[in-house]
Design a protein. Structure first.
Length: 402
């Protein structure tokens, strides 16, 4: 009994540390190497190797990635830099070791501390809190060239209500959509693992929507609201709507309406949903079609380009900036098909946790999931955990039910 308790405590500590490293390890070669190696560490300590085997569709997917690399080097004389090779190494561990983590319930304080840290970084830039801005700029240095993400520009209007309501803040992640993507990750973990009939949930929702407001992310507003609706209507509710669920849903709906009416009067960017659909989302389809019309190689149609480093030279497109676009460009039709089949099979498990967590893939419409070093690790970490839970429950093995 004592050994079981010690194992569960150690497993929770290791899993929580991995989650925090995934959320807050600074970007760069060292950070990417840390995240790249973590699946191997977790696999070694948190998986019963006798009962879980590699998924065949992930093996096929990784084989297609290797074919993509080989075909582009051999037939198109592509020069591959260290970054896509590092991503290949990361994909190898993420996919071939899947599920690389047994089920571990995320401690609620880890969720809240992470969310508070992200919100603190947003507030620091919005209100120009110099010591905090200096810290975040030093640890999470922005290396891009987009004026709207640079600290000096954001600080030029710090504390000005008109400036704040028309700006987008990304906090320590700099990119607003990426920031809210991690906020959504923390929200969905809570919604899967904890009750919504507590005061803790009310506090969480306030923190989440404050983060969305400061980020100005329209995608974030839609995804967060969609996650809440799914949680009340479908998650663990196969027997129909219970009265308590209906009451909770009505209360959340009323609060959301009041929230919307109050804040929409400020002309906040996050409420301009139609403009977002016509703007950033429409641009992504336009960029993809511009590339696709020029694609004349059957080999690259099937296996992709492996890396997007030559995208501008080959097609005059700087970036596709979406999961579906990057997936097809990098790994072609066969790579896209194999990954989609894997996701479909996950959905067919009919496991509530897996199905709910897979809603994060909606971020792939306007952002990336597996094509982000940080997000790919976090997504596969939680997916491994919930898949292991399903695997253990289907065999009535309580050792993973921590």
């Amino acid at each position: 009994m004592k050994s079981t308790i010690k194992y569960r405590t150690a497993a929770t500590a290791l899993f929580s540390s991995a989650l925090l490293l995934g959320l807050f390890t600074p970007e760069g070669t060292v950070g990417n190497l840390i995240l790249g190696l973590l699946p191997l560490v977790l696999f070694f300590f948190l998986v019963d190797k006798r009962q879980i085997y590699p998924d065949k569709y992930f093996i096929i997917f990784f084989a297609i990635i290797i074919c993509s690399l080989a075909s582009n080097v051999i037939f198109f004389d592509s020069v591959v830099s260290w970054k896509p090779i590092l991503r290949l190494f990361s994909f190898g561990l993420l996919f071939l070791l899947f599920p690389f983590c047994g089920y571990v319930k995320t401690p609620v304080f880890v969720i809240f501390l992470s969310l508070l840290f992200i919100l603190l970084s947003l507030v620091a830039y919005a209100y120009g809190i110099s010591p905090l801005v200096s810290f975040f700029d030093t640890v999470y240095t922005y290396t891009g060239d987009q004026r709207g993400f640079q600290s000096d520009y954001l600080l030029s209007g710090a504390g000005d209500v008109d400036f704040i309501t028309n700006r987008r803040y990304g906090g320590l992640y700099h990119n607003p959509n990426q920031c809210v993507r991690y906020v959504c990750l923390l929200l969905i973990i809570f919604l899967i693992e904890y009750s919504v009939r507590t005061k803790v949930f009310a506090v969480l929702i306030i923190l989440v929507y404050l983060s969305v407001v400061l980020s100005g992310s329209r995608t974030g507003f839609v995804v967060v609201s969609g996650l809440l609706l799914y949680r009340f209507l479908f998650y663990e509710n196969s027997g129909g709507l219970k009265s308590s669920v209906v009451v909770s849903l009505i209360l959340v709906g009323v609060l959301a309406l009041v929230f919307y009416i109050t804040l929409s009067s400020l002309d906040l960017r996050m409420f301009d949903i139609s403009s977002g659909a016509e703007g950033s989302l429409g641009a992504k389809f336009s960029y993809f079609m511009h590339f696709f019309r020029q694609l004349d190689s059957p080999l690259r149609f099937l296996f992709g380009h492996f890396s997007n480093e030559d995208m501008w030279r080959l097609y005059g497109v700087e970036r596709l900036d979406s999961e579906w676009g990057e997936l097809f460009y990098n790994f072609g039709f066969l790579g896209s098909l194999s990954l989609i089949v894997f996701y479909v099979n996950l959905w067919k498990t009919k496991n509530d946790k897996i199905r709910f967590f897979m809603l994060l893939l909606f971020w792939g419409i306007t952002s990336t999931v597996i094509f982000s070093f940080r997000m790919s690790f976090l997504f596969m970490l939680l997916l491994s955990s919930y898949y292991s839970y399903h695997f253990a429950r289907s065999r009535r093995d309580v050792r993973y039910d921590l």
